[in-house]
Design a protein around this ligand. Structure first.
Ligand SMILES: Nc1nc2c(ncn2[C@@H]2O[C@H](COP(=O)(O)OP(=O)(O)OP(=O)(O)O)[C@@H](O)[C@H]2O)c(=O)[nH]1
Ligand SMILES: [Zn+2]
Length: 377
């Protein structure tokens, strides 16, 4: 078996299992090659029992890992020069409680409920690779990007795991999960689905060989493989695509792209499973709550603890390659999509604008995309 496939066969199931553990509220052990291990738990599932468990197993007070974005958003980063890493900070309290965790990590709560002191901030004792990948795992789990963390003696990890029925996951595997999943995508099904706006449509479904996040390609009309093709990279938007939400322009862009492809000889629309610019539906709804309190779409993501845009386009490039299209005319206003596709080896021979008029509710959102994300107007 080639090295890439051997790695995928190890990495994808291992990380998928760790995601399932975090999502069901269990702790997992995260280990780094060459030493260092820790017990982690998603902040969102912190309960008195979970905290008690971390204390018992780690024999220390757990600290809370927050993204630097979240820390800055609640004023912690400004409060001290002692930031542990550039991406993630470790925050210690004498007595971590579920309330404290949610004040600090959950944007719906008011962080000022906690008495922040200078010595609340750790600068040592939290290995950066473990911290970064612990938070990365919460993001892959579509939970709030924050984790409880307690160091473990590396030489007794296997014994602790066995004794407490805990899963061990490698930090390096978490770090390479998304790119490994992208390169392991395989076609699993292809069906003709006549659409109202494009009767000749085939939906091709892709899934990583070892399981994981699935993406779809809509092949509209008869695009000729090997020739430049009109392509739209559409990120999933449950609210806009399915419910017809007027907060965004996704529904218009989805149906508009399919219609245009049908009218102009064909194209490929990739429907990418990265809801809410990659933060997941639950977190997007949290971000909407913050937008209702005045934040714009970019700041709201940061208040929740994410980057303004967490998407990647390596799965898109891989699907295009497998469908036989290396040269595209890209239907987008987003310069980041153009750069990302080119970096993934796809030639973008033209950028075709994809604007729709404001619907009376999304005016500020459209202006924010231009102002904060550099979208063309
Ligand atoms: N986090 C977050 N995501 C949003 C919000 N509004 C829409 N989205 C998501 O943004 C994504 C829409 O992006 P696209 O239309 O593919 O891309 P784009 O960045 O607008 O670029 P274009 O190609 O020019 O349309 C979907 O995943 C939506 O769920 C929001 O307010 N917050
Ligand atoms: Zn949308």
């Amino acid at each position: 078996m080639p090295a890439l496939e051997t790695n995928a066969a190890r990495i994808l199931p291992a990380v998928e299992r760790a995601i399932a553990e975090l999502r069901r509220g269990a702790a997992v052990i995260i280990q780094r090659g060459g030493g260092h291990a820790a017990l982690i738990q998603a902040s969102e599932t912190a309960s008195p029992q979970a905290l008690g468990n971390l204390r018992l197993i780690g024999n220390a007070e757990p600290c809370l890992l927050l993204t630097a974005r979240r820390a800055a958003a609640i004023g912690i980063k400004e409060a001290t020069p002692l930031i542990d890493t550039t991406e993630v900070i470790a925050f210690a309290l004498d007595d971590m409680s579920p309330d404290a965790v949610s004040y600090l990590a959950d944007p719906v709560h008011d962080p000022l409920g906690i008495n922040l002191r200078h010595d609340n901030f750790l600068t040592t004792d939290v290995p950066e690779v473990l911290a970064r990948n612990a938070v990365a795992l919460t993001k892959l789990s579509s939970l709030l990007p924050a984790a409880l963390f307690v160091n473990l003696p590396d030489d007794s990890c296997d014994q602790i795991a066995k004794e407490h029925n805990l899963l061990i996951v490698s930090a390096e595997d978490i770090a390479s999960y998304r790119s490994t999943a992208a390169y392991s995508l395989k076609k699993v099904a292809s069906a003709r689905i006549p659409l109202e706006v494009a009767e000749k449509t085939t939906v091709v479904a892709f899934r990583p060989r070892e399981g994981g996040v699935e993406h779809l390609a809509l092949v509209i009309g008869d695009p000729e493989a090997g020739k430049p093709v009109l392509v739209r990279l559409h990120s999933e938007c449950f609210t806009g695509d399915l419910l017809g939400s007027l907060r965004c322009d996704c529904g218009d862009q989805l149906r508009g792209a399919i219609k245009l492809m049908d009218e102009t000889g064909g194209g490929i629309l990739l429907y990418l499973s990265q809801e809410g610019r990659g933060i997941g539906l639950m977190n997007k709804l949290r971000a909407y709550e913050l937008q209702d309190r005045g934040a714009d779409t970019s700041d709201a993501n940061e208040l929740v603890g994410f980057d303004p845009d967490e998407r990647i386009y390596t799965p898109a490039a891989e699907m295009l390659r497998q469908l036989g299209f290396g040269e595209v005319r890209l239907l987008t206003n987003n310069p980041e999509k153009v750069t990302a596709l080119i970096e993934s080896g796809i030639e973008v021979i033209e950028t075709v604008p994809h604007h729709f008029p404001s619907n009376g509710h999304n005016d500020f959102y459209l202006k924010t995309k231009a102002r904060r994300f550099g979208h063309t107007l």
